[in-house]
Write a protein that binds this ligand. Structure first.
Ligand code: FES
Length: 145
């Protein structure tokens, strides 16, 4: 597989790798098709993602996309972090082989679920689009073949 220099850099030295023990939100997603699994932990203060870490059990692209996603989301407001697209992730990495684009979706899904978890835990009213994204992710996870 031909990976960009940036992908290999993030894969060999991932940023923000690990766990936050006293996290405010946790997102866990898996891709049943390839077996990859990803956890995203967030710490939130005044609506800002103060800290974010991830653990990914998966392919080179899954690790690189999670790493770059945490860089992009850190210090952003929750609303801005939720606006990060798979294209933003791919652009930050230079490029991703087309067959690996789905890996970048996994990272974004994990962040979305972490925010959802944070909202639920703090009894914050969940915006309609976040609710929809959460439902889509849950559905995707349960019907992967
Ligand atoms: Fe599964 Fe990359 S092959 S996320």
């Amino acid at each position: 597989m031909n990976y960009s220099k940036e992908v290999l850099k993030h894969f060999s030295k991932p940023h923000n790798y690990g766990k936050i023990d006293n996290y405010d939100g946790l997102g866990r997603v898996g891709n049943m098709a390839c077996g990859d699994e990803m956890f995203v932990y967030i710490k939130v203060k005044d609506n800002i993602i103060k800290d974010i870490k991830f653990e990914t059990f998966g392919c080179v692209a899954a690790i690189a996309t999670s790493s770059v996603l945490t860089d992009l989301a850190k210090k952003k407001t929750i609303e801005d972090a939720l606006k990060i697209t798979k294209q933003d992730v791919v652009d930050a990495l230079g490029a991703l082989p087309p067959i690996k684009i789905h890996c970048s979706v996994l990272a974004i899904d994990a962040l979305t679920q972490a925010v959802y978890d944070y909202y639920i835990k703090n009894k914050i009213v969940i915006p309609k689009d976040l609710e929809e994204r959460h439902n889509q992710i849950t559905k995707r996870e349960s019907c992967h073949s």
